[in-house]
Write a protein that binds this ligand. Structure first.
Ligand code: FAD
Ligand code: FES
Length: 307
């Protein structure tokens, strides 16, 4: 795990996107430089008791700042989407892609350039201890599979893999076309994007696992590495496909969290093992796990006891 920093950071931009999604850019050079793909931040908003807890957010992207960041400036100071430039200049800006679902995220949506907030980051271990990369290099293609805001966990990984010349493909599903945010950001890194919406407003009509299975059937002779993030049911369905077609699968979990530093055990999930070894904390041992390590189905509902 890389070093984490507890910082007061300054909002550079909070851009509204479709369907209640926002892209929040904050100036935080130390946290940005320490971040690895798959890690997350805990954002604490000022305000009443119900927003006292920090909210976990995947670190979506890292950018260089194009001009000196000073509090309260009106124009955007985030470098545009230029992958070559990103590699040359040290990142200073952390971007969080989020969706309004409750009080905390609604409050985030009200942030303006120059506002300050507390942020603990980077947290968790990312996608790339060496064995993940070795696995990705050995496979024919990495398949990113995202459900809704789960897309936020995958962009940095896609960029890192592209830098290593590893072929990739994105399968992305949402309820409606408004949920399919960030697709353009992936395009420089993936061979193709396959979209699905439950209402049929964009791409395949239905769940994203349907075109995914068709692709797996058409390519039975190939070896894929899945990288998946999304709601639990979508994770489970994707893991089942990975198991059925014998591909390895990494899942990034988005459990509710309390402390995010391994103390409260509130984020524990059931994993293969017995006794104390049957549980791991998403915040510190995750958020990324090999799918075969996680206990899926009804078994997962067994309560955390004795730890
Ligand atoms: C490691 C990690 C990374 C995450 N990355 C992102 C991200 O990049 N972008 C993003 O928008 N969200 C992300 N989330 C989820 C995000 O933390 C929650 O949506 C947020 O905390 C909700 O806060 P709230 O106060 O707005 O909602 P609350 O008022 O606390 O809850 C509103 C509704 O959202 C549901 N909810 C709250 N937290 C979660 C959760 N973790 N998973 C599913 N449902 C939840 C509640 O059950 C409730 O129905 C991530 C979560 C984790 C653990
Ligand atoms: S959130 Fe407290 S241990 Fe993970």
């Amino acid at each position: 795990m890389s070093r984490m920093y507890d910082e007061v950071v300054t909002v550079v931009e909070n851009r509204p996107l479709t369907g209640g999604h926002f892209l929040l850019s904050v100036h935080s050079p130390r946290q940005a430089r320490a971040t690895r793909p798959g890690q997350f931040a805990m954002v604490r908003l000022p305000g009443g008791l119900d927003t006292l807890l920090r909210r976990p957010m995947s670190i979506y992207d890292l950018k260089a700042a194009v001009a000196r960041t000073s509090v309260g400036g009106a124009k955007s100071r985030v470098a545009g989407h230029r992958p070559a430039l990103q590699r040359q200049r040290a990142p200073e800006i952390i971007q969080l892609l989020y969706k309004i679902v409750g009080k905390g995220t609604r409050q985030m949506a009200g942030l303006r350039p120059g506002d300050r907030l507390e942020m603990l980051a980077p947290l968790g271990h990312g996608f790339f201890p060496e064995d993940y990369l070795a696995e990705a290099r050995a496979d024919d293609e990495v398949l990113h599979v995202a459900g809704g805001i789960g897309i936020a966990a995958l962009l940095l990984a896609a960029r890192e893999l592209a830098g290593q010349g590893i072929p990739q493909r994105l399968f992305f599903g949402g309820r409606t076309k408004e949920d399919l945010v960030g697709v353009e950001d992936f395009k420089p890194y993936v061979r193709a994007t396959v979209l699905a919406t439950e209402d049929g407003s964009r791409g395949h009509c239905g769940f994203v696992t349907q075109p995914l299975e068709e692709y797996l059937l058409r390519n039975r002779n190939k070896k894929f590495l899945f990288m998946v993030c999304g709601p639990w049911l979508m994770l489970e369905a994707t893991v089942k496909l990975a198991q059925k077609y014998r591909h390895r699968c990494l899942v990034s979990m988005e459990n509710r969290m309390g402390c995010a530093i391994g103390v409260c055990l509130g984020c524990s999930i059931r994993v293969q093992g017995t006794g104390h070894g049957a549980y791991e904390r998403v915040c510190t041992e995750g958020p990324v796990f090999w799918a075969e390590k996680v206990v899926w189905g009804k078994e997962r509902m067994s309560r955390v006891r004795g730890i």
